[in-house]
Design a protein around this ligand. Structure first.
Ligand code: FAD
Length: 414
């Protein structure tokens, strides 16, 4: 019998299992799929590194700083800012606080008005100066309402905010909690964004490599849980003093019932293409709020992290957040959009793969309560991004919180 069975080997489950192991507990980690990482996995396809969905690592996340060895990950960084597609072409918006030399060009770029750029700088200061806790305690509303209250023009929201945060929050309608929006904006402003040499999945692999005293079982889907035991799909029953459900939110609801309501799902798709040459020079995020989609943002990912593509080829990924991710024929539509957007003939864009992820993130509409309950009583616990914020930070932090609660419960009870 283990002390603790952790169900789910995503970022939350990996952190939770690690902290329990470090506390000297006997831990079994059960993962339904054939590998660890959950939503944070990468594959090698024909010499390319393809992440399962387009993701980025924000170095300012406290959990990233505390737990990851970024040097070992070989992180390559994006140039801060974005290249925005408008009716008049593509225009570069730099972060004026980090690249003062570009401030004038950014101010005058025909993306919204100069007043929008000043509001942007003011909003960044507004979310960066107070503590993270203070930001999370502000009255909540939707991201769209927050941007309206800050005075941004509709054009700037359409061209800049929507494609940027649709990519990060998988939320083309900007309906996600403003608390979460503000925290992410704070993280973008305070740190770098980057990609590991071996793909985003290397982040999870680094955590997994530390589970040296944990019994990890892959292809082990759990069918039911109850206080003191879990039953695998094959019928095997495992007893444990504590059970942690570290699955994605909808699966946690199926296993735990009404004590963990289904948090809803934001879908997303990523279309990957290879091409012979890179159409743009700067390793920056590309935003398209102009064309009507279906992709809202894209990046020539091999310009950011050259290890993602074999020598002589470039790798381009475009993200389709929201319900359109579930449409059929997406790769062809996106290929045509990218061709017009980047001036590359469609036959030079070779489709590599389309990832459709039905549960990209939980809904997290306002009011968002972070630090949701993780101790359900009777030795049952829950963790995952649906308990905190839908991010690597939120998933890891919830894993840490849950491990702490389990340790307290088992020590108190023994
Ligand atoms: C395309 C995309 C882009 C994203 N972009 C970013 C980004 O740029 N930055 C950022 O910080 N965050 C981003 N996120 C969010 C981030 O990836 C997630 O919030 C985080 O990875 C969630 O981790 P988790 O451990 O809570 O859940 P998951 O990663 O979903 O892990 C749950 C695990 O439980 C397993 N499981 C489910 N049911 C069972 C069962 N019955 N038995 C056993 N195992 C089971 C699953 O197989 C899975 O491995 C993105 C997400 C997606 C999909």
């Amino acid at each position: 019998m283990s002390d603790v069975v952790v169900i789910g080997g995503g970022m939350a489950g990996l952190v939770c299992a690690h902290d329990l192991q470090q506390a000297g507990l006997e831990v079994t980690l059960l993962e339904a799929s054939d590998g660890l990482g959950g939503r944070v996995r990468s594959d090698r396809v024909d010499g390319f590194v393809l992440d399962r969905g387009f993701q980025i690592l924000l170095t300012a996340y406290p959990q990233v700083r505390a737990r990851l060895d970024l040097e070992a990950l070989g992180l390559a960084k994006f140039t801060p800012g974005a290249i925005v597609r408008t009716a008049s072409g593509s225009h570069r918006l730099s972060d004026p606080l980090r690249r003062p030399a570009d401030a004038l060009r950014t101010l005058l770029a025909p993306v919204g008005s100069p007043a929008d750029k000043l509001r942007l700088a003011s909003l960044v200061l507004d979310v960066s100066v107070p503590s993270a806790g203070a930001v999370l305690r502000r009255p909540d509303r939707s991201t769209a309402e927050r941007l309206r209250a800050a005075g941004f023009s509709e054009e700037f929201v359409r061209l800049f905010w929507r494609p940027l945060f649709a990519g990060i929050q998988l939320d083309p309608e900007l309906e996600v909690s403003a608390r979460r929006f503000e925290i992410v904006l704070r993280m973008l402003a305070m740190g770098a964004t980057g990609l590991p040499r071996d793909g985003i999945g290397a982040v999870a692999e680094q955590l997994a490599a530390r589970l040296i005293h944990t019994d990890v079982r892959l292809n082990a889907p759990v069918r039911t849980v109850e206080p003191g035991a879990v039953v695998l799909a094959g019928g095997e029953r495992l007893a444990a003093r504590a059970v942690v459900v570290a699955t994605e939110g909808p699966a946690a609801h199926r296993l735990l019932g009404d004590s963990v309501p289904d948090p809803g799902s934001r879908p997303v798709a990523a279309c990957w293409f290879s091409l012979a040459r890179a159409p743009l020079e700067a390793p920056m995020l590309l935003l398209d709020g102009h064309s009507g989609g279906p992709a809202l943002n894209a990046v020539v990912i091999s310009q950011v992290q050259p290890a993602y593509a074999p020598v002589g080829r470039s790798l381009l990924v475009a993200a389709v957040p929201g319900p359109r991710a579930l449409d059929g024929g997406l790769a062809e539509q996106v290929r045509e959009q990218l061709s017009r957007w980047m001036g590359v003939p469609t036959d030079e864009l070779t489709p590599l793969r389309t990832d459709v992820i039905a549960h990209g993130q939980p809904l997290q509409t306002p009011p968002l309560s972070v630090r949701r309950r993780v101790d359900l009583g009777q030795g049952m616990f829950v963790c995952g991004d649906h308990r905190d914020t839908a991010s690597l930070q939120g998933a890891m932090f919830s894993g840490e919180r849950t491990a702490r609660a389990v340790i307290q419960s088992l020590r108190g009870g023994s």
